[in-house]
Design a protein around this ligand. Structure first.
Ligand SMILES: Cc1cc2nc3c(=O)[nH]c(=O)nc-3n(C[C@H](O)[C@H](O)[C@H](O)COP(=O)(O)OP(=O)(O)OC[C@H]3O[C@@H](n4cnc5c(N)ncnc54)[C@H](O)[C@@H]3O)c2cc1C
Length: 325
């Protein structure tokens, strides 16, 4: 007998086992709720993602939306799974945020004393050649998303949870669901990413020059990324290769060997925030993790589980505008 009972009848089916579906599945397991999970197994952006969490982001050097709520939840979630798996999936790593121009450095330096920024600042650090300024950030790192998804899939399979049918459906379909058109307006963006081998320092994740470079061990690095709102497919392109090669040269150096080049589609809703909801057919929805699924998936999954299982509807900012109650 499971400790929790669904407010809806039947055994729910989680559709999609990317970051969204996997985090929700773990949340259901934690609460002892029966469910099934299905995935097309044909792609998805979680398998492409660098898994980076960067607390202070963007051109404007702003704390990530709601980081104070979502960051502790994400850390606790990944750490508890590491204990369960007996394997590392979250790799903490200091970040070096670099500025290429006086203007960019001015935007950063003016924020360094803000209360939302200060806790994430690390030690003073030398700025690499080619940059005008830089600041170390702590609290960041990268999730080995593939390992997380593969270990999760193995576990769900061992428990006999893989299936194609169930009711209600909980659609965690990423960009495929948004492109299919049933979740309202979206501005999903294709992104390409390289894995390279190089003799570069591995002490820091480097962010600057319009991209990022993440040391993943063994002399290898992930470098990205591109944004393309027009060609929503998972094909790596020569144009993407050129763009990321330029980023790699600026952030690391000219000498590197390309090991892999892949593409995925970030699921981005019009408001650029993740959302959950329920549509008129009775399907639950979990989408819009955007460029920051690693940070937001665990907390949003917990929120959706509270809603489905206990009837606790999240605050409006987390809910699809047309969602039923
Ligand atoms: C190049 C690139 C780099 C990125 N880097 C980062 C990063 O550094 N940090 C970060 O936090 N985020 C990053 N992201 C974003 C991140 O990938 C997303 O936020 C997140 O992975 C989205 O997860 P999801 O589960 O919603 O979607 P997805 O990962 O796309 O998962 C959806 C799953 O649903 C399945 N599916 C779809 N339809 C069906 C169906 N009808 N039936 C069964 N299964 C179905 C798909 O096969 C897929 O496995 C990056 C994205 C890209 C493209």
């Amino acid at each position: 007998m499971m400790p929790n009972e669904m407010k809806s009848p039947g055994t729910p089916l989680i559709v999609g086992q990317g970051l969204a579906g996997s985090c929700l599945a773990w949340e259901f397991l934690r609460r002892g709720v029966p469910f099934r999970i299905a995935d097309l197994g044909t792609g998805g952006s979680s398998r492409v993602a660098a898994g980076l969490i960067n607390p202070i982001t963007g051109k404007n050097f702003e704390p990530s939306w709601r980081i104070a709520d979502f960051y502790p939840q994400a850390m606790a979630f990944y750490r508890s799974l590491e204990e369960k798996f007996g394997a590392a999936i979250w790799h903490p790593h200091p970040i070096l945020r670099l500025a290429s121009s006086e203007k960019e450095w001015a935007k950063i330096s003016v924020k360094l004393d803000l209360p939302g920024v200060r806790p994430w600042l690390g030690a003073a650090h030398a700025v690499p050649t080619g940059f005008l300024g830089g600041v170390e950030l702590v609290g960041g790192g990268w999730l080995d998303t593939r390992k997380f998804l593969d270990l999760s899939a193995d576990h769900f399979r061992e428990l006999g949870l893989s299936a194609d049918t169930g009711n209600p459906r909980i659609r965690c379909e990423g960009a495929a669901g948004l492109i299919a058109g049933s979740m309202g307006e979206h501005r999903s963006a294709k992104g390409e990413i390289l894995t390279v081998r190089a003799d570069w320092p591995e002490t820091h994740i480097r962010i600057g020059a319009g991209g990022w470079l993440v040391p993943i061990g063994g002399g290898c690095f992930r470098v990205g990324s591109t944004y393309d709102w027009d060609n929503l497919n998972e094909q790596a392109t020569p144009a993407g290769l050129g763009r990321i090669t330029t980023i790699a040269a600026k952030l690391g150096g000219a000498d590197f060997e390309i090991i892999a080049h892949v593409a995925g589609i970030r699921p981005i809703l019009r408001r650029s925030q993740p959302m959950v909801g329920k549509d008129e057919s009775g399907d639950w929805l979990f989408n819009g993790l955007g460029s920051k699924g690693t940070l937001y998936a665990p907390g949003m999954a917990a929120m959706l589980a509270d809603w489905i299982l206990d009837g606790v509807r999240p605050a409006p900012e987390f809910v699809f505008p047309d969602a039923l109650s």
